[in-house]
Ligand binder design. Structure first.
Ligand SMILES: Cc1cc2nc3c(=O)[nH]c(=O)nc-3n(C[C@H](O)[C@H](O)[C@H](O)COP(=O)(O)OP(=O)(O)OC[C@H]3O[C@@H](n4cnc5c(N)ncnc54)[C@H](O)[C@@H]3O)c2cc1C
Length: 504
């Protein structure tokens, strides 16, 4: 029997646990134990179910991730394996509208924008989001030559560039400030001046190579998307395909089902790991906060990188240094609900982006009750403010009450929420050192990390800190950790061979 000790009960650790469980069910002599220091499983996936103080009806409030991208198959695949695919919900795309703050106005994102690149002339010509010089500067992208032509076999990693440098070079400063920073940088809560494009959106660098222009590249992509939509029109009675999905009951539902599917009896919460040791006889020992020492044949460290660094320092200083080299920023989400009569504005939109140049204390607002079905009772509006990020760490010193008031005031100023409107409830979810920053050179450091780990049999490191922060990336990362260990033990899983093919 090979026993894997998994440290960390976020979606990565649980994804790894479920993979070990599937291997055991398939007849392999493997088992796992998972330890999570918090009382709740899920890490950055956290849903609160809150009753309305007046009607008792329920709100579904996601405090961390509220969605996963559907183009990456891992969540769909695992949901199918768990038998909960039907519990996924598409977003309410009839309300799909993003507003961007400019001065005292909210401007709708022009139709045809893909990421930050325009692909339709008229909406771009008529939008007041950009000045005319900025519009001309963006159009210049079609004529500007590539920075360099990559030699054959070269990839984005060899030609890495920050988001800021790339967008300013191709489309000008205003495009960065008004859209690319809040939209693209915002996904990672990252500073565009430090964010590695190769590690986050390598497709942008590749597009420049292939098409010599982002506008032409995205036009090509738009054609493909439209073609696909024509081929697969929405079928009455069938679930729609949307860019992002969630679960009807919120993201915690996925976490709980993963835990059930993996085996609750093997999962311990409220107890953390304090050290990892590799004994001379090849066994692994994990010391816990309650003094117990777990022994096993392998360890998967599925914590945030900074937490993992402390655990593995005694095993390999270089691996610990690499984990420690990944910077993190802190942020908080502040969901709150209001009576519809306190919201005398059109609530049918997905969210508001607040560019840094606007110097507002919030990064973004999500209109949760319009984005997802069933999040708030009838006659109620559920919103969520997002604060913090690398350029506003100061705000994280504010108390919960202060953060709630900061977000509420922004809703008054930006949307026209009644100035005396009191939230029916408000919560603060703090994500201290919760968002890894993929800075320049991140991929080289990850290559170094993987090479170093390949020389340490029985140790794997997985999670959103390494090769993708999105939930599907995290599941892949946890499963890859298991694959590393199984590979070392000569265990081959039949499902590995077909996994990537049986999608949708
Ligand atoms: C506010 C916010 C919004 C986001 N929105 C989205 C989104 O909409 N879509 C999307 O795809 N991604 C989103 N992300 C990113 C995504 O949620 C994360 O990348 C992902 O959940 C990370 O999962 P993980 O399991 O790798 O790490 P975590 O969720 O951080 O889990 C690590 C776990 O390890 C535990 N741990 C740490 N140290 C120890 C120890 N010593 N012993 C035991 N346990 C320990 C922690 O308590 C934690 O539970 C968002 C992130 C944040 C912060």
């Amino acid at each position: 029997m090979k026993r894997v000790i998994i440290i960390g009960g976020g979606v990565t650790g649980l994804g790894a646990a479920y993979k070990v469980r599937r291997a055991a069910d398939a007849g392999h002599d493997v088992d796992f134990v998972l330890v999570e220091k918090d009382d709740r499983l899920g890490g950055k996936l956290a849903t609160d179910y809150i009753d309305d103080p007046e009607t008792g009806e329920r709100y579904i409030v996601d405090g961390g991730s509220d969605a996963f991208i559907t183009a990456k198959p891992a969540v769909h695949r695992v949901a199918r394996q768990l038998g909960i695919f039907e519990d996924e919900t598409p977003s309410c795309d009839e309300n799909k509208k993003t507003l961007i703050v400019k001065g005292r106005r909210l401007i709708e994102m022009p139709d045809g924008i893909m990421m930050f690149a325009p692909t339709k002339i008229l909406p771009m010509a008529t939008t007041s989001l950009y000045s005319w010089p900025a519009k001309f500067r963006m159009a210049l992208d079609i004529l500007l030559p590539r920075k360099v032509r990559w030699a054959s076999g070269e990839t984005a990693q060899q030609h890495d560039e920050t988001l800021e440098s790339f967008v300013v070079r191709r489309m000008g400063r205003e495009c960065l400030d008004r859209l690319a920073e809040p939209l693209v940088g915002g996904v990672h809560a990252s500073d565009p001046a430090k964010m590695s494009l190769a590690a986050t959106f390598p497709n942008l660098l590749e597009m420049e190579q292939k098409f010599g222009s982002l506008v032409l590249g995205f036009l090509d992509q738009r054609k493909m998307v439209e073609e696909q939509k024509r081929k697969h029109p929405p079928q009455p009675g069938k679930k729609r395909f949307t860019f992002f999905s969630s679960f009807f009951e919120g993201m915690q539902y996925f976490v709980d089902k993963l835990a059930e599917g993996s085996g609750r009896d093997r999962i311990r919460t409220g107890v953390g790991a304090t050290a990892v040791e590799h004994a001379e006889d090849g066994t692994w020992r994990v010391t816990l906060t309650d003094g117990e020492v777990l022994t096993g044949d392998a360890v998967i460290v599925a914590t945030e990188a900074w937490a993992g660094a402390k655990l593995v320092r005694g095993v390999d200083g270089h691996v610990a240094d690499l984990l420690e080299s990944i910077p993190f920023s802190s942020s908080a989400t502040v969901p709150m609900a209001f009576r519809a009569e306190d919201c005398p504005f059109d609530t049918k939109f997905f969210g508001i982006l607040c560019p840094l140049v606007e110097d507002r204390p919030v990064m973004a607002i999500t209109m949760s009750s319009s984005k997802w079905p069933g999040r708030a009772p009838k006659g109620r509006v559920l919103l969520r403010g997002f604060v913090g990020g690398p350029r506003n760490q100061e705000i994280m010193r504010s108390s919960d009450d202060e953060l709630i008031e900061i977000v509420r005031r922004q809703l008054v100023e930006m949307l026209g929420l009644k100035s005396d409107a009191k939230p029916l409830f408000a919560r603060v979810f703090r994500w201290t050192l919760g968002m890894p920053q993929y800075t320049m050179g991140h991929l080289d450091r990850m290559d170094d990390l993987e090479a170093s780990l390949s020389a340490i049999p029985g140790l794997a490191v997985a999670g959103g800190s390494y090769r993708g922060v999105g939930i599907p990336n995290c599941i892949d990362s946890g499963e890859n950790g298991v694959r590393k260990l199984f590979g070392e033990w000569g265990i081959e899983l039949a499902e590995d061979a077909v996994e990537e093919k049986r999608l949708y």
